[in-house]
Design a protein around this ligand. Structure first.
Ligand code: ADP
Length: 619
């Protein structure tokens, strides 16, 4: 990779320069403070005598002050005083007679001039140099005062950091789609000879961490071309116009290195729908976006630069970006399925020694909904946990701990709860678990714990038996009921006045699920099969400036429907828990005793739980 090597060299040069400056400063300080040797005062008669004996090399002076340089010396060592200056007498006596000493009546080169030079000018110069040096350093790091119009694109070369399709587990469809792009880059002539235009832009759409950046780099790696990467948010700065000039610079660099890949991560940071025109941020985004469009349109037919952009929100992008000739190829990257998750885990455990308890397939089964980045994170956490135990190999327990840490946050054993809080948490979690356990369309209980984790007092964890792509209305309703199970259990035991703040996040979750059912999924009773999605691009200003696409009456109806769903769920949960009071007590006691119950144990304590007849099965 050329850049880091260059960086290394320039780092060495900088270090050398730094030390050179330090040494120079030291020398000049030494020169400045080194005591000058005082000249020996001698009578004029002796000077004349020495001169006559041929020992004097030079006599210099102005006025009556004479300085004498003896033979074999290179600067004056004696001084004398002669009223009347370098007189003809001296010249006659010394120079003319013997011709051995040079007498000049100019001022001697004064040491002190040199000294002044050393002590004043040199340090100033050096400090100046140091200052400039530091300025440049700082500028390189952050302020970019001189070059903020330049793109900060990173160039990845073709050597060590090269990524190829084989480094990416799963994602087969995306790889297949992108194989075509590799071919365009490798054999452009093949397409051009048939008059086909090489596509300019490919949009990768997928959840964060699904490997979009990796795929884009793999395209460059497979095609053996340079890869320029920049994030959409890096275009946007405080100054209007900077983004546009960065875009220009980036494309210029890429064209110079063609064939090449330009990768724009988070394109939604600049590519959101234009037009609400409120606030300076919009103007800057629009200018940047316009510049991207201009650059892409300006590619000549044989410019072999392909722009790959990534986003997780294709729906908010400006239509101009998506029209033919721009980002007209879309590659969707979905969250990995079970077998892909196993493959990804295998990639990330390739150089982590594991013992035979580790079962990656089982972990893959449990991690539905995790992205590649989440799985990489779990693998890394497991290795850290094993290392902290001073173990040489990663065990299944490390893996489980890592998974739970990543999924719901680390255990907070240090958080102290008093006995009442502990009991309340046990009832609360038991409430979630029992409601979820008896309802037929709910996922099964995977784990219950009353050890605080992340920001919660306890956790009841439901896991689906297998991956699922759709959720039906009954499953949603069971999710709502079990989410409210905690609060209802508290209410049953402690009465209406005994409820606490612990259920806040459950209620928020329930409200979100219920609203999603009505607004996005058309699952209301009156408002069935209609969606009320507000396509507002998600910006704060858009929320203010865009009209809601439905009337005030509909908004009221949505609220009513949401309320009805929540009410129904809470009635179901209450019926279930009041019919299963004994199981609730049993599970609570078990939780207080063990703090954590795994799937099998939890099921054992709940085996007597029943689904009351009154609870409509498919409510
Ligand atoms: P995105 O750009 O979609 O947010 P990245 O490409 O940056 O995601 O992926 C983040 C990390 O996740 C990668 O560095 C890699 O370690 C891991 N990762 C994601 N998907 C995969 C995959 N399919 N195979 C192997 N590792 C993956």
């Amino acid at each position: 990779m050329p850049k880091p090597r260059k960086q290394k060299v320039s780092n060495k040069v900088r270090l050398g320069l730094f030390w050179a400056i330090i040494v120079l400063i030291g020398l000049s300080l030494y020169a400045a403070f080194m005591p000058a040797k005082p000249l020996q005062e001698v009578p004029i008669a002796q000077v004349i005598r020495d001169a006559n004996e041929g020992k004097v090399a030079k006599i210099e002076g102005q006025g009556g002050d004479l300085q004498v340089t003896m033979k074999g010396e290179n600067k004056p060592s004696k001084r004398t005083y002669l009223g009347g200056g370098v007189s003809s007498l001296l010249k006659d006596n010394i120079l003319n007679e013997k011709g051995r000493a040079v007498v000049s009546d100019s001022a001697p080169v004064d040491n002190s001039v040199m000294l002044t030079l050393m002590t004043v000018v040199l340090p100033v110069l050096l400090i100046g140099a140091l200052f400039v040096f530091m300025m440049r350093q700082a500028q390189g790091q952050n302020s970019q005062a001189m070059s903020f119009g330049k793109s900060k694109a990173r160039l990845y070369g073709l050597d060590k950091e090269r990524v190829v399709f084989d480094d990416i587990a799963g994602n087969d469809n995306a790889k297949q789609d992108l194989q075509e792009v590799v071919d365009f880059l490798k054999h452009p002539k093949k397409y051009q000879s048939l008059g086909a235009k090489i596509p300019k832009g490919v949009l990768l759409v997928g959840d964060p961490g699904t490997g979009k950046t990796m795929l884009a780099r793999a395209v460059a790696g497979e095609a053996d071309v340079p890869f320029f990467s920049i994030s959409g948010s890096e275009f946007v700065e405080m100054f209007v116009g900077v983004g546009a000039s960065r875009v220009r610079d980036l494309f210029q660099k890429a064209k110079k290195n063609a064939p090449a890949i330009v990768f724009i991560d988070e394109i939604d940071a600049v590519g959101r729908k234009r037009g609400s025109g409120m606030g300076g941020g919009h103007d800057e985004r629009e200018q940047t976006l316009n510049q991207i469009l201009v650059e892409m349109d300006g590619f000549e037919a044989d410019t072999n630069v392909i722009v790959i952009a990534a986003t997780n929100r294709a729906d908010v992008l400006d239509p101009a970006l998506l029209r033919p000739g721009r980002f007209d190829r879309h590659v969707t990257i979905s969250l990995p399925e079970r077998k892909d998750r196993e493959a990804i885990l295998k990639v990330h455990f390739k150089n982590k020694p594991t013992d035979d308890t580790v079962d990656l397939d089982k972990l893959a089964a449990k991690t539905a909904g995790s992205s590649g980045a989440d799985l990489a994170n779990i693998a890394n956490e497991a290795a850290i946990i094993a290392a902290r135990r001073n173990s040489k190999k990663v065990s299944n327990d490390d893996l489980t701990e890592a998974f739970e840490k990543v999924a719901i946050g680390p255990e907070r054993k240090a958080k102290v709860m008093n006995d009442h809080e502990k009991e309340l948490t046990a009832y609360h979690e038991a409430g979630h678990a029992i409601v979820g356990h008896v309802l037929p369309d709910s996922d099964s209980v995977h784990k219950i714990t009353i050890i605080p984790r992340g920001g919660t007092g306890g956790v009841t964890w439901f896991l689906p038996p297998e991956d699922r792509s759709y959720t039906n209305v009954y499953e949603f309703k069971d999710i709502l009921a079990r989410a409210l199970g905690g609060r209802i259990a508290e209410k049953l035991i402690y009465g209406d006045d005994g409820i606490t703040t612990g259920a806040g996040s459950d209620l928020r979750h329930a409200a979100k699920v219920a609203r999603n059912m009505i607004v996005e999924q058309g699952m209301g009773s009156k408002l069935r099969d209609q969606v009320f999605h507000e396509d507002n691009g998600g910006m704060v200003f858009d929320k203010i400036t865009h009209d809601r696409p439905y009337s005030e009456a509909t908004a009221q109806e949505i609220d009513n429907e949401v309320e009805a769903l929540i009410k129904e769920a809470s009635v179901r949960a209450e019926t279930i828990l009041s019919k299963n009071r004994a199981v609730l007590e049993k599970l609570k006691d078990a939780l207080l005793k063990n703090e954590t119950l795994e799937e099998e144990d939890a099921a054992k304590y709940m085996k007597d739980a029943v689904l009351p007849k009154e609870v409509k099965l498919h409510a």
